[in-house]
Ligand binder design. Structure first.
Ligand code: NAD
Ligand code: ZN
Length: 348
C-alpha cells in the first residue's frame, strides 16, 4: 500500500509498504478515507522527535472504514465508519480507569516513533488500530468524514485545553497561536461559554481567519499583544489563556496576558526540559498553570456531539485537500504556513 514515510529532517516520501495485519485480538484494520497533517507532524519533520526511524509511516489524524476486526473487538465490524483517536489507550489499566487516558500504561501515538509506542501512522491506505473498542469512535450518520476528522486530535485537544482551564461562562479567553489547534480553541471557548476570545498570532491571515470565527484579532508582529490585551480588558488581563504554539517564549507570554487569579492552559508541544517559572509572581497573583498532552478519550464524545449539533464547524480551517500521493507537497505547504490545514485523501 502507499504511505507517507519519514526520510530524515525535512524529508518525507510516498513509499510502498506492507499492509498492516491483525496482531492482537482487540485490533482493527481501518481503510483510511481521510488523514491530515498536524502541527505535531512538523516536530517530526523538523527532526525534534527522537526515535523516528527513517522509513516509518507518519500521521495520526484519520477517519476510515473498518476493514477487518480481531476476535476481541465488540463495538465495531467491517463497514463501520470511524474516527481514530490520535493517541492510544488500553482502556483497562489503573490510569485509564481514572480517566487519565493520556497516562495509559500502553500510551502510544500513531506515527510518532519508538518513543510513543512504535505504531505505524495514518498517512497511509490502511492502519492497524490496537484496542479498537477504545481507540475508535463511530462517526455519527449526519457527519461527513471531514467534519469528524479533527475530533480525533486538534479539535478535541483544543476543547480539552479550554476545559482544563475551567472556563466559566462570560469570561474572556486569550488564545496564543492561531494554527489549527488555536483556531479550534477559539471555537471551543465560544462553545463552552466564553464572552470574548482574543486571538493572537504573528501571521495576519491566520488572525483574520480567527476573526471570521468570532474572535478579536491581535497580530503580534504588528502590535504588542500584552498592551492590546490590557487595553481590551480594562487593564485586568485575560481570565483564561490558552497557549497553542509550544515552547518557553509563548508560555512566558501567557503569564503576561493572564489576570490575577486567572488560569493558563498550555497544549503546545515542546522539547524544552525547563522554563523559568515566575514563582513569586504566580504566588502573589494567584496564577494557575496547567500543561499536558491531550486526553482525547475524555472529550471526544463531547466534540463529536458539538460538531453534529452544529455548534462547532472544524472544516472551516481546511485550506488544502490533496491526494495522499501529493503529501510531499502537502508537508511543504503546511510547513511554510501557506496552508492552514492539509487533508490527504488516500486512493485518489
Ligand atoms: P501550527 O504549527 O500549524 O500552528 C502554530 C501557530 O502558532 C502558527 O500559526 C504560528 O504562526 C503561531 N506562532 C508561532 N510563534 C508564535 C508567537 N511567538 N506568537 C504567536 N503565535 C505564534 O500548529 P498546530 O497544529 O496549530 O498545533 C499547535 C501546537 O499544539 C503544536 O505545538 C502541536 O504540536 C501542539 N499539539 C499538542 C497536542 C497535545 O496533545 N498537547 C495535540 C495536538 C497538537
Ligand atoms: Zn496532532
Amino acid at each position: 500500500m502507499k504511505a507517507v514515510t519519514y526520510c530524515g529532517v525535512g524529508q518525507v516520501a510516498i513509499e510502498d509498504v506492507p499492509e498492516p495485519k491483525i496482531q492482537q485480538s482487540g485490533d482493527a484494520i481501518v481503510r483510511v478515507t481521510r488523514c491530515a497533517i498536524c502541527g505535531s507532524d512538523l516536530h517530526i519533520y523538523h527532526g525534534h522527535i527522537p526515535g523516528m526511524v527513517p522509513g516509518s509511516v507518519c500521521g495520526h489524524e484519520f477517519t476510515g472504514v473498518v476493514e477487518e476486526v480481531g476476535p476481541g473487538v465488540q463495538a465495531f465490524r467491517k463497514g463501520d465508519r470511524v474516527v481514530g483517536t490520535f493517541h492510544t489507550a488500553c482502556g483497562h489499566c489503573p490510569m485509564c480507569r481514572k480517566g487519565a487516558y493520556n497516562q495509559c500504561r500502553e500510551y502510544g501515538v500513531f506515527g510518532y516513533g519508538v518513543a510513543f509506542g512504535n505504531l505505524p501512522g495514518s498517512q497511509a491506505e490502511f492502519i492497524r488500530v490496537p484496542y479498537a473498542d477504545v481507540n475508535l469512535r463511530a462517526i455519527p450518520r449526519e457527519l461527513s468524514d471531514e467534519k469528524a476528522l479533527f475530533c480525533g486530535d486538534i479539535l478535541t485537544t483544543a476543547y480539552g485545553a479550554v476545559r482544563n482551564a475551567q472556563l466559566q461562562p462570560g469570561e474572556t479567553v486569550a488564545v496564543i497561536g492561531c494554527g489549527p489547534v488555536g483556531l479550534m480553541a477559539i471555537q471551543s471557548a465560544l462553545a463552552q461559554g466564553a464572552a470574548r476570545v482574543l486571538a493572537i498570532d504573528l501571521l495576519r491571515d491566520r488572525v483574520e481567519l480567527a476573526e471570521r470565527l468570532g474572535a478579536v484579532p491581535i497580530v503580534a508582529s504588528e502590535t504588542n499583544p500584552v498592551a492590546q490585551v490590557n487595553k481590551l480588558t480594562g487593564g485586568l488581563g485575560a481570565d483564561v489563556v490558552i497557549e497553542a504554539v509550544g515552547g518557553p517564549k509563548t508560555v512566558a507570554l501567557a503569564f503576561e496576558l493572564v489576570r490575577g487569579g486567572g488560569r493558563i492552559s498550555a497544549v503546545g508541544v515542546t522539547t524544552a526540559e525547563s522554563f523559568p517559572f515566575p514563582l513569586a509572581t504566580s504566588l502573589t497573583r494567584d496564577i494557575s498553570f496547567r500543561i499536558g498532552l491531550a486526553n482525547i478519550h475524555r472529550d471526544i464524545d463531547a466534540t463529536l456531539a458539538l460538531v453534529a449539533g452544529g455548534r462547532i464547524d472544524p472544516e472551516v480551517i481546511i485550506s488544502h485537500r490533496l491526494p495522499l500521493t501529493e503529501a510531499v507537497e502537502g508537508y511543504r505547504l503546511f510547513d511554510s504556513r501557506e496552508a492552514t490545514k492539509v487533508v490527504l485523501i488516500p486512493g485518489e
